[in-house]
Design a protein around this ligand. Structure first.
Ligand code: 5GP
Length: 206
């Protein structure tokens, strides 16, 4: 009998300031049974961020050790800090048939796509560059220098949209999250993920 498929690997990505964090928070509330990959980072915690929930906050020495031991599915240096996705958690969840959400920058998403082309790759974009700039300034969590770096890379980053499966404009986060849920619903019915049902029907004992 055909095996039931693994869980869905859902990668939510896009330029910083596009609002992927807020969308992922909404998705986690709506889909509490879904796994969520907590990244490691060497950046300092922002106020309100908890170790093990927002990120696993690590030293550069620790992250380099994880890279050497091949414990990260991918990693990238973003604005002078390391960020990486712990491998074991993601692989274990998928094997157990649980969906896993990864919120990640574009470099990381493209690395994951090479290893998991069957994942669902969702690109979140702001309605305009002007709006993106307003959001990043409003956030007030970064230095002027980091803000400038984020803005100057955003326009170039939008060009990577073609590598993804879906583009979702984040105008109002609740609505954008609703669109992601619609995408995920459809993805669950793909033949590659549902063919086992045909097998079950054909082998039904009557
Ligand atoms: P922030 O410092 O604002 O939390 O995140 C900075 C950027 O790093 C964001 O674009 C965020 O999505 C990205 N990021 C977070 N976790 C990871 C990760 O595990 N790997 C990679 N490559 N990027 C990440």
């Amino acid at each position: 009998m055909a095996k039931k498929p693994e869980g869905l690997l859902i990668v939510v990505s896009g330029p910083s300031g596009a609002g992927k964090g807020t969308i992922c928070e909404i998705l986690r509330e709506k889909l509490p049974e879904m796994g969520y990959s907590v990244s490691v980072t060497t950046r300092a915690p922002r106020s309100g961020e908890k170790d093990g929930s927002s990120y696993f906050f690590k030293s550069t020495y620790e992250v380099k050790g994880m890279i050497r031991r091949d414990e990260l599915l991918e990693y990238a240096e973003v604005y002078g800090n390391y960020y990486g996705t712990p491998k074991k958690y993601v692989l274990d969840q998928l094997r157990e048939g649980r969906d896993v959400l990864i919120e990640i920058d574009i470099q990381g998403a493209l690395q994951i796509k090479k290893r998991f082309p069957e994942g669902v790759f969702i690109f979140i974009v702001p309605p305009s560059l002007k709006e993106l700039s307003a959001r990043i300034y409003k956030r007030r969590t970064d230095s002027e220098e980091v803000i400038r770096k984020r803005l100057s890379s955003a326009a170039a980053e939008l060009e990577y949209a073609a590598e993804y499966d879906y583009i979702i404009v984040n105008d109002v986060a609740e609505k954008a999250a609703g669109k992601v849920l619609t995408v995920l619903d459809a993805e669950r019915y793909r033949v590659a993920r549902t063919y086992f049902i045909i097998d079950e029907i054909c082998h039904e004992k009557g």
